[in-house]
Every structure is written in C-alpha cells, then in structure tokens.
Design a protein around this ligand. Structure first.
Ligand code: GRF
Length: 256
C-alpha cells in the first residue's frame, strides 16, 4: 500500500500512478454501537488535516451513527438482517466500501465476523481494535477472562484484519495495569481509555505512511526513508502505556 498523506499538499507530485495518491485520505469507519472510538478518531484530527470520513453501521439504530450525522459526516447503514447469509451481507458491504474507495477501513466496535473474501479484498487496508493484548484473549468478554486468568497487564491491540478472528498482525498496543479491586467493568473502562489514545495515533500513523503494510512479509513496518526526510509529524510509537504504569500500581504496593 502506498504511503497515504494527511495533507494533500504533502503528496509528491507525479511520483505515483496510484489514483489515491495526492487526494485527501478516505477513511471508512465501521461501527455497530455507541461509537466511542469513532468519536476519539474524529476528535483527534484537526479539521485542516482530517481525512474524508464515512461511517457505516450494520445496526441502523447505532448511537454512533446518529452522532456522526450530527457532525456532518456522511453515514450509511447496511443492516445484516436484510441479507440471507453472511456472504451476501459482506458482499453488499464491500460494494458500498468500494464505491467510497477508502484508503483505510477502520473497524471500531463492529460486531460482525467477516468472511475471508471480504478480508482478502481489503487486505492491507483493514484494521481493528481489540480490547485485549493479543494474542491473549481473542473473542468476547476479554476483561472478565483477563481477571479470571490473573494477568497483571491487560490492554488493547490494533491489528490487521485477516480471515482468522482477532489474529491479524499487530500494529500497536496499549497497556493498562490490572488493579487488585478491579471488576470487568472497571478494567474495561481503563482499557477503553487507552483505546481512545491508541487507535487515533495508529490510524494517523498509517495515513501518514509512518507505518505501512508489507504484503510480502504479512506485517506492519516502518518504511525506510531517504536521509533528511525525517518528519516529526510521522513519529509513531506503537506502544502506549497507561499513566498508572508509571506509579505504584506496577508493584502492587500501596502509595507511601
Ligand atoms: C471497544 O472496546 C472495542 O475494542 C471493541 O468494541 C468496543 C467498541 O466500543 N471492538 P465503541 O463502540 O467504540 O465505544
């Protein structure tokens, strides 16, 4: 996938045959519910450097859809219940996405398992955030399962979406401590806090070309840049630590 630019004026004129090069990046966000990650994503980019957003939901009543409409973002709903099969729904969703021609498709609380054909059609352009430190705790109820397992660190992972659920190569992770009195709800709130910091940074890193999908290796890489081409705007650390990890929670000792 070619580097995508957050600002059209940064596009190197005439250097690419890719019709996407040089235009404002297009980002489709797929949601199913409240859309708190969607809000964090949209809020992260200053309007001067904002991607061209499109929000699509499989749930017509999703709160995140109404929020996006109120922001003036174009939305679509493709209700999975209107289709006879998973494959038929995915084909319809893919057709909508292809009409939008996104540089990046961001799953943000999109509660659907996607078919291999769908994942393949968008390979390198499809990312998800999962509320656990993959490869641990794939699937649902991650916070309760983390507490049952007794892990001391938990968090969120941004990863490429592949045919195997919650197993795609990892782009970035955010880490939170598990505290002695945690419930799944309390731990989940802490994870969501780190998701809202992690996901926008990861999306911005992909759009700026700071991180790129290397298809041959099947992983995310930091592309080599020519000498003197360093751009602080492209700096990206694919690891975000919760502030509590700098304090006494790390040792489990009470504050002195
Ligand atoms: C988040 O915890 C995300 O990791 C998971 O679903 C939840 C979506 O929350 N995939 P929201 O709709 O973004 O508030």
């Amino acid at each position: 996938m070619p580097a995508m630019v957050a600002n059209p004026s940064e596009a190197p004129a005439g250097q690419s045959q890719d019709p996407r090069a040089g235009r404002r990046p297009r980002v489709a966000v797929l949601i199913s519910g409240r859309g708190s990650n969607l809000r964090a994503l949209v809020g992260y980019f200053p309007s001067s450097a904002a991607p061209h957003w499109r929000v699509i939901s499989n749930e017509p009543q999703a709160a995140g859809l109404a929020w996006a409409q109120a922001q003036g973002i174009a939305t679509e709903s493709v209700c999975h219940r209107d289709f006879p099969s998973r494959a038929a729904f995915d084909a319809a969703l893919l057709a909508r996405l292809q009409a939008f021609d996104p540089d990046l498709v961001v799953l943000a609380g999109f509660m659907r398992i996607l078919t291999p054909d769908f994942c393949q059609a968008l390979a390198g352009r499809l990312i998800n955030i999962h509320p656990a430190l993959l490869p641990a705790f794939t699937g649902l109820d991650t916070h309760a399962r983390a507490l049952t397992a007794g892990v001391r660190l938990h968090g969120a992972t941004v990863h490429a979406v592949t045919a195997e659920l919650d197993h795609g190569p990892i782009l970035a992770q955010g880490v939170v401590p598990v505290l002695p009195d945690d419930t799944p709800e309390r731990l989940g709130e802490r994870v969501l806090e780190i998701e809202h910091r992690l996901y926008p940074q990861a999306v911005a890193a992909v759009l700026s070309g700071a991180m790129a999908w290397q298809a041959e290796a099947g992983r995310w890489v930091r592309p080599m840049r020519a000498a003197g081409e360093d751009d602080p705007g492209r700096a990206f650390t694919p690891l975000v630590l919760h502030p509590l990890l700098c304090g006494p929670a790390v040792t489990g000792l009470p504050p002195s």
